[in-house]
Ligand binder design. Structure first.
Ligand code: 5GP
Ligand code: MN
Length: 373
């Protein structure tokens, strides 16, 4: 029977399937990955700058899997992941190399590796400074990612799938297809299972977006294998500081603007973040809130950093956050969830403040919707 269909429930043709299941991992790429892993003693995992739950979940998940195979493994990131995600890397801190803190040691770890996995990033550029290092590294590079438009020429083996919730989910199915796992979730190291569940959970906004049949299958199999989802939820969502909610209150009350096109935007400049002592990761999810308003078609959150405003964009079906991010904000991502940046002194005046950014957002999004018509 077709769930949600409008026609009669019976009879339904047995071959009919509403949604394709994304669990077909190309066997040639799997074979190449297996031999690459066997040949390499030292392996580095690289993920995108400003790593989020999926970036760190997939990286930690792969880290524990490769460690269980006896490999020397390191996770290399451009900048440190937020404290709220530190449970994913607990006990393995010395194997997390942060370029912003120890550039030489981090480059050294990559250069010493026989194999690099790039996770949750579609091109070297997404790793910022590490991107240049990757360009110069002679080792084999394997991409595992769920973003649009992967830079295929940069990698030796590519697992790229956009019809899937997250890199963590894609990695789950890749790991299942490796011979050591024998297709069984219960054969994954417990820390791998936990990290993949956490990464999938954050990238779907706890099963609200980008959820596929394969996503529920993964969750179901991991739960059956004993993954402590309650513990993960509690660490991800019940562990914030009060400051976050105080700022959220002010943003929704005084800061949120909605244009006549149904574009909602909020701007967190340094002064505002400073007043609430906001740290990296503490505004995670804010960009989704205005999408709860009926008339809002797209939501943007702009957050000031030293040299730029970081941009997060979310959209309703029919409006492409990815296109808006790539046309006006030097970024990209997914159809309905994307991001980018406005670099001071380059895309915007060096001294640009919130008022100037507001004008930029209003004029560019108005142009975006004008040319969409
Ligand atoms: P977020 O708003 O959560 O930071 O990012 C949403 C999505 O957009 C993520 O999939 C992320 O990888 C992508 N994204 C964020 N910033 C950038 C960027 O500067 N460039 C590109 N290409 N994608 C980005
Ligand atoms: Mn992701």
């Amino acid at each position: 029977m077709r769930a949600g269909g409008t026609g009669p429930a019976f009879p339904s043709p047995p071959e009919e399937q509403d949604v394709e299941f994304m669990t077909d991992i190309p066997s040639q790429s799997v074979a190449g990955t297996v031999s690459s892993i066997k040949e390499a003693e030292r392996i580095t995992i690289v993920t995108h700058t400003h790593p989020d739950g999926d970036a760190m979940g997939s990286s930690a998940g792969l880290y524990h899997y490769l460690r269980a195979l006896g490999k020397e493994v390191c996770i290399a990131i451009n900048d440190r992941h937020p404290g709220s995600l530190s449970f994913l890397t607990s006990g393995m801190e010395e194997d997390v190399a942060v370029y912003g803190e120890q550039p030489e040691a981090t480059v050294g770890r990559i250069m010493d590796s026989g194999l690099v996995f790039c996770l949750d990033m579609n091109s070297f550029d997404r790793a910022e400074s590490l991107g240049k290092v990757l360009k110069g590294a002679g080792c084999r590079k394997i991409l595992i990612d769920h973003h649009l438009n992967p830079s295929k020429e940069e990698f030796d083996i590519i697992f790229s799938e956009t019809g899937i919730s997250s890199t963590s989910e894609l990695l789950y199915y890749i790991l299942l297809s490796l011979p050591w796992t024998e297709g069984k979730a219960e054969n994954l190291p417990a820390r791998t299972a936990e990290a993949l569940m956490a990464g999938m959970t954050t990238d779907t906004n706890n099963f609200a977006n980008s959820v596929y049949p394969s996503t529920f299958r993964m969750a179901s199999e991991l739960l059956a294998a004993g993954t402590d989802r309650d513990g993960i939820i509690s660490r991800l969502y019940h562990n914030y500081r009060e400051n976050r909610f105080r700022l959220q209150g002010e943003l929704l009350k005084d800061n949120l603007r909605i244009t006549s096109d149904g574009v909602a935007y909020m701007i967190i400049d340094k002064a505002l973040a400073g007043r609430y002592d906001i740290q990296d990761g503490e505004t995670e999810g804010f960009v989704n809130l205005p999408l709860g308003i009926g008339k809002v078609r797209m939501s943007l959150l702009l957050k000031e950093e030293d040299d730029r405003f970081r941009v997060s964009i979310r959209s309703r079906k029919g409006v492409s956050a990815n296109m808006c991010a790539s046309m006006y904000f030097n970024g990209g991502g997914h159809e309905l969830a994307a991001g980018g940046r406005l670099v001071k002194g380059q895309d915007i005046p060096a001294e640009a403040g919130a008022a100037e950014i507001a004008r930029y957002v209003e004029s560019r999004t108005a142009e975006f919707f004008r040319q969409k018509k």
